[in-house]
Design a protein around this ligand. Sequence first.
Ligand SMILES: *[C@@H]1O[C@H](CO)[C@@H](O)[C@H](O)[C@H]1NC(C)=O
Ligand SMILES: *[C@@H]1O[C@H](CO)[C@@H](O)[C@H](O)[C@H]1NC(C)=O
Ligand SMILES: [Cu+2]
Length: 325
Amino acid sequence: MAWLQIFVVFLLCVCSAVVGEPCTNPAKRRAWHTLSNADKLAYINAELCLMQKPARLGLPGAKTRFDELQAIHQLQAYATHFVGSFLPFHRLMMHAHESALRSECGYTGYQPYWHEQIDAGKFSRSVLLDATYGFGGDGSRTTGCITNGPFVNYTNSLGPGYEVTSHCINRRISDLASMGSSQAQVDACLAMKDFETAWPCIEGQPHSGGHAGVGGQMQNGVSSPGDPLFYLHHTWLDKVFWDWQARDRAVRVSRIAGTNIGPDFAPGFPPRPASIPKPTGADGDPGRVTTMGHVLNMYGNGPNKTIADVMDIQGDFLCYEYVEP
Ligand SMILES: *[C@@H]1O[C@H](CO)[C@@H](O)[C@H](O)[C@H]1NC(C)=O
Ligand SMILES: *[C@@H]1O[C@H](CO)[C@@H](O)[C@H](O)[C@H]1NC(C)=O
Ligand SMILES: [Cu+2]
């Protein structure tokens, strides 16, 4: 009977290779507020490493690997906001960033998130803006440039908006605007019953709370990933999305909706120049509605995936969980 056992083991191996490894040991994404100083520095140093690595994908204007990740967003801002793919797209982008930190810069942790409820209404006093164990503080009132912290000398090549210019990381913190990230705003979205209402709720406030609360480039709908805080903000937003999905998991990982054609112009989004193609909505969808087969384009920063691939954060492709702060 030994041959039968060997055959069964062989079949199991082949089958699990075909369907992918099940997510049995999800990576832990933690709140920045709960990280040790050593963990914070490990993350910051990995980001600085991406800022020092030369670009390799040939994307317009990008000089570093950090810029190339920003380019994913700059090149398709109108195709990925105000559309059904908004949340899955940013989920995959966070994964591409986390993977780059790990595979190219020796980072052994996972993407942390900014639990913004803690700081809502008082972003200016957030520990995330610490000059030593954080991302540096507010912009100068004269130049807009951040004046301290580990990223003070970074010359960003993309932005503002669609422009390709050399500039500092700039901010203009607004405690008032950061109220949009409050627990009450989050709870209002978590209470939504279907994707059609949960997605625009999440994309409105809390999404805008983090962007407008930080201000400067973070408030630019096109070039916002030029501020490294973008990744902490959007990973938190991904947590809000997941917390909503987890309330009715089987249904909410298997259904998507919403238009796949964004507006021609949106507040906070500079007008799309002729060099950037108008989104056609044709990325794998048969019609005008976002479907599970919709392709999320990472422009070579990690693999393209479909929405179906990323709807479950503990599925065949993604494998992580959010640790509550
Ligand atoms: C930024 O550049 C200045 C001037 O060269 C230097 O003194 C400072 O240490 C640099 N700061 C960082 C965080 O790299
Ligand atoms: C990713 O998707 C875009 C748009 O569908 C496509 O042009 C590109 O070739 C794809 N990239 C890869 C690596 O498959
Ligand atoms: Cu975005």
